[in-house]
Design a protein around this ligand. Structure first.
Ligand code: NAD
Length: 274
């Protein structure tokens, strides 16, 4: 267990019960941090599932004995990110750990059949959003002079390309490059910037792909999951909790000498030529 007592963490894209963001937020809270959970809500009303999810996450964090703040953010929108930063300043007064977890994947298509609008949509969230959020956090952290830790969620697809996923792969490769540049720029401020590169993690995002394959092949989704597991040297798909453990380690004092890294978390898949 890491000791994150006294730290304030922000986790974007953390509303969904099944998502990696929720697991990260809960793990950081259990390891001692106060946590801001943020996601893109349509409105902060009863009927908005994302807002409802954020309130549930905040309650879980409070149940773990830590302070929580649920907040709306569209990471691709500068004004929305500025508003989130203002909310965190008012609520907690400090920010130590930023987990840029929010991301999207769109339909699979040949790159030359992909519409520029779809390409832009993925870039807007995965790459531009990560930049906008990191930029705002770094401006605050450099002024605050208390160091900091930014953890960007890339993907093994950021360095292991797959056909039909041009926008996703390019956006996640961009996240790695942004991570490296910001790590160099911020090291003298004791602000570390790293990227995590998960392989296959059991969430809605990954299940959507498995269901698509199952439909195309006319087989049950369980058959696809079994096939996917066989491609992984360790023989099992990761859980969001496993990813959360990595994030907590990077954020902790034990991770204090790690910066500018794109950390592969794939059960050995990167060693296999698919
Ligand atoms: P998910 O779809 O369950 O969660 C993503 C979250 O991001 C959602 O809650 C969504 O509302 C939020 N989001 C989307 N656009 C946003 C925006 N503009 N502003 C704020 N929030 C926004 O996905 P997940 O599987 O939990 O993935 C989390 C991250 O991990 C993503 O960046 C994804 O690309 C990455 N990843 C996932 C896998 C996997 O196998 N699931 C593998 C590698 C990388």
């Amino acid at each position: 267990m890491s000791d994150l007592n006294g730290k304030v963490a922000l986790v974007t894209g953390s509303a969904k019960e099944s998502g990696i963001g929720r697991a990260i937020a809960l793990r950081l809270a259990r390891d001692g941090a106060d946590v801001v959970v943020a996601d893109m809500c349509k409105d902060k009303g009863e009927k908005d599932a994302i807002w409802g999810g954020l309130l549930a996450r905040a309650e879980e964090i409070q149940d773990a004995g830590k302070r929580a703040l649920a907040a709306h953010v569209d990471i691709s929108d500068e004004k929305s990110v500025d508003a989130l930063i203002a909310e965190i300043k008012a609520g907690f007064g400090r920010l130590d750990i930023v987990c840029n977890n929010a991301g999207i994947a769109t339909g699979i298509n040949l790159s030359y059949m992909l519409s520029p609008a779809e390409w832009r949509k993925v870039m807007e969230v995965n790459l531009n959003g990560t930049f906008i959020m990191s930029r705002a956090a770094a401006q605050w952290m450099t002024k605050a002079k208390q160091g900091g830790c930014i953890i960007n969620t890339s993907s093994w697809r950021g360095f292991a390309p797959a056909p039909f996923m041009a926008a996703y792969c390019a956006s996640k490769a961009g996240v790695i490059s942004l991570t490296e540049v910001m790590a160099l720029e911020l090291a003298s401020h004791n602000i570390r910037v790293n990227a995590i590169c998960p392989g296959k993690v059991d969430t809605d995002m990954e299940r959507w792909g498995w269901e698509l394959k199952a439909g195309a092949k006319g087989v049950p989704v369980e058959a696809i999951i079994e096939e996917e597991q066989k491609k992984i040297p360790l023989g099992r798909i990761a859980t969001p909790d496993m990813v959360a453990g990595l994030v907590s380690f990077i954020a902790s004092d034990e991770g204090a000498y790690i910066t500018g890294q794109a950390i592969s978390f794939t059960g050995g898949m990167t060693l296999v030529r698919l």
